[in-house]
Design a protein around this ligand. Sequence first.
Ligand SMILES: *Cc1c(COP(=O)(O)O)cnc(C)c1O
Length: 368
Amino acid sequence: MKIPFLDVGATYLELKQEIDDAVSRVLNSGCYILGPEVEAFENDWAKYCGANYSVGLASGLDSISLALRALNIGNNDEVIVPSHTYIATWIAITSVGAIPIPVEPDPKTYNIDPKKVEDVISPKTKVILPVHLYGQPADIGQILEIAKKYNINVVEDAAQSHGACYKGKRIGAHGDIVCWSFYPGKSLGAFGDAGAITTNNPDLAKKIITLRNYGSQKKYINELEGVNSRLDPIQAAILRVKLKYLDSWNERRKIIASIYTKELNNSSLILPHVPEWADPVWHLYVIRSNNRDLLKTRLNEAGVETILHYPIPPHLQDAFQNLKITEKSYPIARQIAGEVLSLPIGPHLEPQHSEKIVSILKSSLKKK
Ligand SMILES: *Cc1c(COP(=O)(O)O)cnc(C)c1O
């Protein structure tokens, strides 16, 4: 028996007729760039997130870099970012010419530690960029307080947290701009690349609408040096269908997560920690062990696919050697990278499969 980490095709099979109808509606419409499908998804997504505006974009990476550009972040501005995140968060910052200033995660939640943010604020700091990693909301309340005190902006990377709540309120408009990816493997995924921002600020929404379309609001009148980062209407139509099922899919993820937590509670593994103010969406179920590589091998031998999120922190990637961050910096990020293991989770994983994964893990822990 093979258990994939995530069966991305299963969402299509579940909703085949509805998705086929949506795609053929777009193909028959004759409108293939922006237009009513994109607007309809933007409205649905803003409403779901509790935000006033949403702007559909071509990817999650673009959503972060355009959010920074909308806030006029550029050369030599400093952006505070977690030391433990997917590299896209950092690339978005350097792509606008700004400097990522890393802050270590809270070792329990893996999200940026708000207690360490003030230490790195300088006159050049323009933005704090927390990531709601693994489906767990970061401590956005604390971060907003610090940002207010120093009069700096907050851009949230919510690429892994569709539907997560902080103190009962959905992620989507706590900070100035919230950035989303609909990469196929995300909890709300398109069948190709797609992204969006949400915000309550009409001026920022308008600026991103302009930036995504060559800096133009009126054809051939270009007010900004923009980019081409338009959400594809076919993907928008697919996302509209899938959004209706997001909450029920998140519920199914929650059941899998609760099986893992219940069954592995008394083991030597470090399990996800959920603060009392957090309502996570279990985009990933990440365990930690100093025998991570052995556990991954054992699971793999039994046909269970696991993934490491992430094996190398951004500051140790060749891509960022130009930042001249010393090797020994950010020990918490380095330790987490060496110990994390993401177990299969998704709306189409059978609960009995998670039981099987648990029993393989338990016997591997006993044997070693
Ligand atoms: C997926 C992801 C991104 C990038 O999204 P793309 O759509 O692949 O560009 C950014 N940040 C985080 C945390 C992600 O998980």
